[in-house]
Design a protein around this ligand. Sequence first.
Ligand SMILES: Nc1ncnc2c1ncn2[C@@H]1O[C@H](COP(=O)(O)OP(=O)(O)O)[C@@H](O)[C@H]1O
Ligand SMILES: [Mg+2]
Length: 371
Amino acid sequence: MGLLLGKQIASRGGWEVIWMECLQIESLVPELNPKAGQSHPIMIVASDQQKYFLKRQMVRFENKKNNAAIWINENAVFFQESLVSQIARRLKIPTPETAIIHIDKLTLKAMTELQFKYHISEGYYFATKMISDNDSDVTRLANNLLLERKAKIPYAANQWNALMKKIINTDDIPKIIGLDLFTLNYDRFSNIGNVLLQKAGINRYLIAIDFGHCFASPCWADPNSPADYTKKLEILHQNLIDFSKPIEVRMLAHNIVFQYNVLEGNNRIYLGLIFDSLVKLLDFTAGNPFTDIVDAIESISDPELVAMLQATPDEWIITPGTQQQEYKEFLLRQRFMVRPIINELADAKQFPTIHGREELSWPTELNTNIQ
Ligand SMILES: Nc1ncnc2c1ncn2[C@@H]1O[C@H](COP(=O)(O)OP(=O)(O)O)[C@@H](O)[C@H]1O
Ligand SMILES: [Mg+2]
């Protein structure tokens, strides 16, 4: 961790990796802890006097039968947050600034609730800088909308749509969707907690947060058996296909879309309220809004991913060497799955005004550099 003193910019062959700042906790702000989310990040003031949300990998679940607490070590959360927030930055996707928070013995001694209330032990934690002026109507109106189906709340859909129409950075919507397909993030399209709408006067600025559940799960190793990462490998190896065979590419894209489907027992594909609401804001009549982001994702290089992985603290890696290699190889292959998945989504009529892949135009020069 010696390198992580302050913000350093490592320039490796023309691009820049911004190392995360390593900070300590100055105080806790429990009254601002979020209610939403599963891991319940805690709000802190860090040694730079800024407010951060500190994430935890030990997540509390409840045994429904006897209400007993079960703690699960979601052991890939910090690693995935670090890697994907760097990819997001590379793709110019709005996401909070990140930091590493070092919690040492002295901090634990001075703030006893860290250990006793939040089950935090010594080590390095991932944190994101607080986005202020975050519109809390997102949760309220989305909940109204979900209740509407049962309780018939008048205007719920109108209010939700009016909120969505306030989003000004609609150019970022295809980017966020592209990133989520690239990193197999199944935790945004149907989860209202993983986008923020920052107030900008009467407008709203869409920000993507929470990459902890990317790559289809928050774990690298089985939480009960740290040497066993076979489940994750199965996920990361799903795209070990022959990219010169269109049928293989199409079958995988189809399967991935199917994984995103949250409607059960129905022939219709539905990716969730967030996906549905965001794509409604895209204008397909002016061309394919995904061409630029697909181009950008396809151009991410092997050395760039290596540099991003090197900027991730060793403490967050369980199987050194293999773990970085497997994520890197997955991403290098997955670059060329984003376009086929978007085509599949077009066939599944997930985009307004588009009735199938033939209506989505792609510049021909894209996707010619499959390795
Ligand atoms: N940087 C941030 N700025 C503002 N609010 C945040 C930020 N990070 C998290 N939150 C709030 O905390 C909630 C949970 O955080 P998240 O990163 O999604 O963790 P998890 O879902 O694993 O519990 C979010 O839904 C949001 O309300
Ligand atoms: Mg979340």
